[in-house]
Design a protein around this ligand. Sequence first.
Ligand code: DP6
Length: 320
Amino acid sequence: MRVTAKAQPNIALIKYWGKRDTRRNLPAVGSISITLADLSTTMSVEFDASLGDDILIVNDRDNIDMLPRIKRCLDNVLGEGRQSARVDSHCNFPIAAGLASSASAFAALVVAADGAVGPGRDTAELASLAGMASGSAARSLCGGYVELQNCGADISVQSLRSADEWPLKVVVAITATAPKPVGSTDAMEISRKTSPFFGRWIDQQAEDLADARAAIGARDFAKLASVAEHNCLKMHSVMWGSRPPVIYWNSATLACMQTVRELQSQGVAVFFTIDAGPQVKAVCEPAAEPRVREALAATAGVEDILVSGLGAGAGLIADE
Ligand code: DP6
């Protein structure tokens, strides 16, 4: 039976950077993100013993690069004695360009694989399995404003607010689409082992999480903007202080940050955040979205603009 799930990428406002257990891929810190609505990965899984080996197709082409991670994730969901699978993935946004495509991919994969064998695990178990594949993927199980907590030996995820309750917009400025110099998995370990700022980053995370939680609770845009930009810049400072340094920005990344700061000085409700890539994500109130989009599109070095609202978490969908 072919089972299909859909998941959206999420953008961290309070970032996950660093692991406390690399074997189980457990994060060293909690994080808070927003799940997007308009970017998505649709993943179909079909188990068939006659295949002999797993097959991965991404956007209608065979893909062997991601296959080992997909295999491991399926083994974690179903056990190593499972049948071979044909996995068919469609992504409606650029893959591996710092837009959290692995988050939506693994969230959709665990939901589809679990659905294929039924009776179905709960969100906590699915988030834990998605997180083993990619830490940020655990957050895509939930919609709206999502907190991932480090609790005891595991993680938990919960939605702090739905997308409808505070429907902010995200304008993504694409400044480069070349593969990143170093993936986030390796870069986090470089930071943990070498950055003199890593310990302080871990120590301060609880305070940033509390501030962001309170801002989301009160729908206080200025407060959320302040803590999110602070947390983002701190994460990049940890990276820059690593040996070798981990630098994901290009000159257009900086130009976009400057554009956002100029908009802020004109009273526009917008803030930036940047992940393990050179793209700038500008989070804004809905009324500000046309102005933010126009200003970022006119910024030197911006190649493309994507706009999304906030949406729901991963789930099974009817097969097409
Ligand atoms: C900068 O979830 O991609 O986007 O668990 O090693 O797969 P792995 O890392 P990943 O890291 C995301 C890092 C980040 C911040 C965030 O999304 O919280």
